[in-house]
Design a protein around this ligand. Structure first.
Ligand code: SAH
Length: 325
């Protein structure tokens, strides 16, 4: 039994069955607090860890939007759940070259990942929550952040729980599942309220669907393989599909403009990943295989190109970022 599993059985003994939301929250808090899960030796690999082109194009899109908004000097780069800080390093290299001189702010709860981020970005400032970000124009990015926030599950209108039976964890009911996520709604509202008040743009990149629909999307990944959600609590990554219809609704309700949802493949192609890859191939012919493989993994429909989606939330006073129309 994992240490967290023992604690969960104990908690259920005293409190009674816990909600799926509380289970996912407890598992992911423990999981991220105790390790760096990224990369070949870890549990999963994200787009910025596949190729520097991903972060560079995110940075180029943010810098372009910032310039067209009049290049406000008090704008800050903000990232939610920056992982190893790879995306920030690649994006900021491009943004600094475009004249962006603003501060760097990270929202990150994991001490292990904060340390990793500090190594690459010693001058960043860290926060526990989105609403602690400074009241300044935001150039914000959240890649694979919302999918880690807990979801609630309901079956026929009744909230689904995790119970402890004979030393095993089990779901208390099965049937057609409807997922909602107050934690994500709160995160989106916090981003959008900041942007509506002070200006800015947020790029939200994740895997998910464009319409709210019934279905159980909670999944566990361990060592790059799917695993059972109730096995090894706290030792595997739990995520659920992002409901982008809810994200768009949250952005509009807070008074921001919301772009159409586009696939990661289409977005990266529209903002120039092919030209970026060609330029890299010319200057680094010895890295040809890595560059071509990165391009393929980020954009091919059977890789990350269609499952992953991109949406932007922006101040009505700012132009929409490139790649959505
Ligand atoms: N964006 C990175 C990492 C994705 S993994 C990349 O693309 O590589 C999810 C990230 O979100 C991790 O950095 C994790 O520690 C952070 N995270 C998860 N839940 C969080 C929460 N509730 N508050 C802040 N950060 C959180």
């Amino acid at each position: 039994m994992t240490p967290l599993e023992r604690a969960l059985h104990e908690r259920i003994r005293t409190e009674g069955p816990i909600t799926v939301e509380a289970y996912m929250e407890a598992c992911n808090s423990y999981y991220y607090a105790t390790r760096d899960p990224l990369g070949a030796a870890g549990d999963f690999t994200t787009a910025p860890e596949i190729s520097q082109m991903f972060g560079e194009l995110v940075g180029a899109a943010l810098a372009d939007c910032w310039k067209r908004a009049g290049a406000p000097e008090d704008a800050i780069y903000a990232e939610l759940g920056p992982g190893r800080g790879t995306l920030a390093a690649d994006a900021l290299r491009l943004m600094r070259a475009s004249g962006f001189g603003g501060e760097v702010h990270f929202v990150e709860t994991s001490p292990v990942l904060r340390d990793a981020q500090k190594r690459g970005m010693p001058d960043a400032q860290w926060h526990d929550a989105i609403d602690a970000l400074p009241a300044k124009p935001l150039l914000l990015v959240a890649n694979e952040f919302l999918d880690a926030l807990p979801v609630r599950q309901h079956v026929a209108g009744v909230e689904r729980h995790v119970e402890s039976i004979g030393g095993h964890l089990a779901f208390d009911r099965d049937g057609e599942i409807v997922e909602t996520s107050p934690a994500r709604d709160e995160a989106v509202a916090a981003i959008a309220i900041g942007i509506a008040a002070k200006g800015g743009v947020a790029l939200i990149i994740d895997y998910g669907h464009d319409r709210s629909a019934a279905g159980d999307t909670l999944q566990a990944v361990r060592g790059h393989r799917y695993a059972s959600v109730l096995d090894h609590p706290g030792e595997q990554d739990l995520t659920a599909h992002v409901d982008f219809e809810a994200v768009a609704r949250g952005g509009r309700e807070a008074g921001t403009a919301v772009t159409p949802l586009v696939t990661q493949g289409d977005w990266l192609r529209r903002i120039g990943i092919k030209a970026r890859a060609d330029a890299m191939l010319r200057t680094n012919p010895e890295r040809a295989e890595e560059i071509r493989s990165g391009l393929h993994r980020l954009t091919a429909p059977e890789q990350m190109g269609e499952l992953f989606k991109v949406i932007a939330i922006h101040s009505p006073a700012w132009p929409a970022p490139a790649g959505f129309a």
